[in-house]
Ligand binder design. Sequence first.
Ligand SMILES: [Fe+2]
Ligand SMILES: [Fe+2]
Length: 293
Amino acid sequence: MRDVEYVKRGAGDGAGETACPRASGHYFGGVKLLFIADIVGQPGRRAVKELVPQLRRRHGVSLVVANGENSAGGSGITLNTAQEIFAAGVDIITSGDHLWDQKEVMGLLENERRFVRPLNYPPGTPGQGSALFEAPGLPPVAILNLQGRTFMPSLENPFHAVLAEVQRLRLTTKIIFIDFHAEATSEKVALARMLDGRVSAVVGTHTHVQTADEQIFPGGTAFLCDGGFTGPHESVIGREIEPIIRRFMTNMPQKFEVAKGRVLLQGAVVEIDELTGRAKGIERVSEALPPKP
Ligand SMILES: [Fe+2]
Ligand SMILES: [Fe+2]
């Protein structure tokens, strides 16, 4: 089993924003995590670049986690798109079933400590299923990425994989955030219920449709079944509308271009008690990017 390794951020990193909210006078007695759901293509990256600094200020955010599986042209992630997302103030990037769409991802899997892939790939798969984030004045925060198996490619059982990993991470921190990249609502609710009291929050991704079920379970785990997506919403889950309708009408292959209009940054802000690791609040985010003048 590998040792716990930290992703460290020094003061001054992160798109010119203050790294630690306490250092900037925003102390609130906990950790506030902004999670950004699937960033789709260039419009999604633009939303992150323009909106993350103001969301950081407005919510007094301690760290930002974003799912980047669709950030390169809607399919996968490259070194450049990852750098763009980090430069916008994102601290950790998670992924999902589009992990392998760009071959450059190998560079991220092998070298980038801030990049996390689903934990439940078979042993020997490059990359890491979790990362520990550390910044001045903050307790360590563990970020874990998992992928579901219902209506998705078959991976190792995420329920078993996550129990072992959470047990390992809790030796270091009680503050654990999970991006569960899965299709079926039942799989997401069941996994989050199983982990109630053992992790701070479970937020789902992959469907690109934001759900309205944010809640804190009795044991203190915050939950949102799906965070939605960050990109053009005048679309079918981020792609141009007409080719998708044609595909459903004809069953013939179509080119699915990333759409352009009505760009939203979607996800959630979770507030976590730093002593107990319990969630104190969860709020959905769906922030419009003002159209270009
Ligand atoms: Fe996905
Ligand atoms: Fe996605």
